[in-house]
Design a protein. Structure first.
Ligand code: FEO
Length: 170
């Protein structure tokens, strides 16, 4: 049985993950507006990843005999100047999410909830990847900023990104 404090904290995280999904879907719309279909694909894949993260938390709450609670999802921004601004935002956002996941792990330890602490290890590792993939795009976009045509090459790279569903929670 999940401690009520842990359940509340995970429920908040479910909402944070759905907000992340909305944020990246909004960025996909902006990429489409910029005429960069590859960037839109990258963000659509990220949208699917965030939905999967939310569902993984949702399923875990149920599995532990708790009740997942869904709350209103805040509207994300809709305007970014360019691809670099979006990926800088994405990188900062993922750093924030890492902080939230670390907070959940701290609470699990405080409550001696070893099952939840173990469950969170997947997310701790995932956040390393989440930060790295957004930061890699920031670095590449900075490198190609003054290179004519560079953005189109990067757009082709972003077009190749595929969604791989994570393994279900154990
Ligand atoms: Fe669900 Fe991008 O972290």
């Amino acid at each position: 049985m999940l401690h009520p404090k842990m359940q509340d904290a995970i429920n908040k995280q479910i909402n944070a993950e759905y907000f992340s999904a909305f944020l990246y879907l909004a960025m996909a719309a902006r990429f489409n507006g910029l005429g960069l279909a590859g960037g839109a694909n990258w963000m659509n894949v990220q949208f699917q990843e965030e939905l999967a993260h939310a569902k993984k938390f949702f399923d875990y709450v149920g599995e532990r005999g708790g009740t997942a609670k869904l709350e209103t999802i805040a509207g994300p921004p809709t305007e970014w100047q360019d691809a670099l601004a979006m990926f800088e935002h994405a990188y900062a956002h993922e750093q924030k999410v890492t902080g939230l996941i670390n907070g959940l792990a701290d609470l699990a330890l405080e409550l001696k909830d070893h099952a939840t602490h173990n469950f969170l290890q997947w997310f701790i590792a995932e956040q390393v990847e989440e930060e790295a993939s957004a930061d890699a795009m920031v670095q590449k976009l900075k490198l190609t900023k003054d290179a004519p045509g560079g953005i189109f090459q990067l757009d082709a790279e972003m077009a190749a990104r595929l969604f791989t569903p994570p393994a279900p929670a154990k």
